[in-house]
Design a protein around this ligand. Structure first.
Ligand code: N2P
Length: 365
């Protein structure tokens, strides 16, 4: 009897240990961009899994990166943009995904996942959440009042030509507080390669931004949604879906504000935001459950329908509002796509050049 027990107990111990590993505490800490999920997504996940979610938001890759590089953030799922993801992977910040726990991967669009693999080879650490462009949101009436009917609303000249910026200053211009997006946009307008890491190119882009700096009301990456919608600002360099959310809020308020989004003819940045699990995530199993849940076609479609961003889930498209699918500002047609560029991950040297230039732009000296 005694020897029998001695043989069984290590077996029971091993079972208990395996059980403890599989059964994580039913909590999950998510850190996502603001205005970037449907109203009911989290509640649905909680109801489906019994996992309680703590949901925090940010509006800057730099802020997310600082937390990831410091480690011990406590987050289980975060959403870095491709170029930032790439160097954070290199720094060992994310764990490899266990694809056996992600059966819904079959719904993803292989073409977009292949593009995202430029930042995460083999898509080993991440799944595309949403994608979009960085263009111009503007108040149709106020811009026409100030620049007339032939205002260059299809061009970056609308904001990067200092004469136009000066005439729009009184109704409010805002820029994203995102140096790796704003400076390349200015470089591209100057005819320079927006992907260039050359110091003189980056500084030329910053110089152009310095010229319009006196006409900029603020640098912020989420406040402009409300301000555009209320008519408190009239031009924001912003993210596609966020501008559409502003348009939608204005329509709903019935306040007479008409907002439009344009991918300027000179081209724009196309970016991918990705779900990833920090290497030190306290609840990696729940994190996989969350990522798999997001990839449910209906769930992803609900998010696109709410936030007006394109997704990379091919099977979700059947549930996406036809109006959104047909909108060239959200799902750009091929000829527009041909004018989009993607961001390159900056090395430490380029990062320093960009950050110094950006400080000058923001402080105005
Ligand atoms: C959502 C902004 C996400 C786009 N508000 C930035 N990559």
């Amino acid at each position: 009897m005694k020897s029998h027990l001695a043989r069984i107990s290590p077996f029971i111990l091993a079972l208990a240990a395996a059980g403890a590993q599989a059964e994580e505490e039913k909590v999950l800490n998510v850190y996502n961009w603001s205005d970037y999920i449907a109203e009911d997504t989290i509640a649905k996940f909680e109801a489906a899994t019994g996992i309680k979610v703590t949901y925090d938001v940010f509006d800057s890759n730099e802020v997310l990166e600082a937390k990831m590089m410091a480690g011990n953030s406590g987050y289980d799922v975060v959403v870095p943009t491709g170029d930032f993801l790439q160097r954070q992977i290199a720094a060992g910040v994310y764990m490899k995904l266990d694809k056996s726990k992600l059966p819904n991967l079959r719904h993803m669009d292989p073409e977009i996942m292949a593009k995202a693999a430029a930042h995460d080879p083999g898509n080993e650490h991440s799944v595309v959440y949403m994608w979009g462009t960085t263009g111009i949101g503007y108040n149709v009436g106020k811009v026409a009042e100030r620049l007339g009917d032939d205002a260059p609303t299809d061009s970056w000249a609308l904001v990067f030509d200092p004469e136009n910026a000066a005439r729009l200053a009184d109704c409010g211009i805002t820029l994203l507080d995102a140096p790796t997006e704003m400076i390349p946009a200015a470089m591209n307008y100057l005819g320079l390669d927006p992907q260039s890491k050359k110091k003189e190119d980056i500084e030329a882009g910053a110089e152009l931004l310095m010229k319009i700096r006196p006409y900029v009301r603020y640098f912020h990456s989420s406040q402009y949604i409300t301000d555009l919608a209320n008519g408190d600002v009239c031009l924001s360099v912003g993210w596609s879906g966020d501008v559409f959310q502003a348009r939608d809020r204005a329509d709903e308020a019935g306040n007479g504000v008409e907002i439009a989004y344009v991918i300027p003819k000179e081209g724009a940045l196309m970016w991918f935001d990705n779900l990833a699990i920090p290497a030190d995530a306290p609840h990696p199993d729940n994190a996989h459950k969350f990522i798999n849940f997001i990839m449910d076609p209906q769930i992803t479609a609900d998010i696109t329908n709410y936030v007006w961003y394109a997704n990379a889930n091919k099977d979700s498209l059947a549930y996406v509002d036809p109006e959104i699918l047909a909108d060239p500002g959200i799902f750009p047609p091929e000829e527009v796509k041909a004018r989009l560029w993607t961001a390159v991950a900056y090395d430490a040297r380029t990062d320093r050049i960009v950050n110094r230039a950006w400080t000058r732009v923001k402080t105005g000296n």
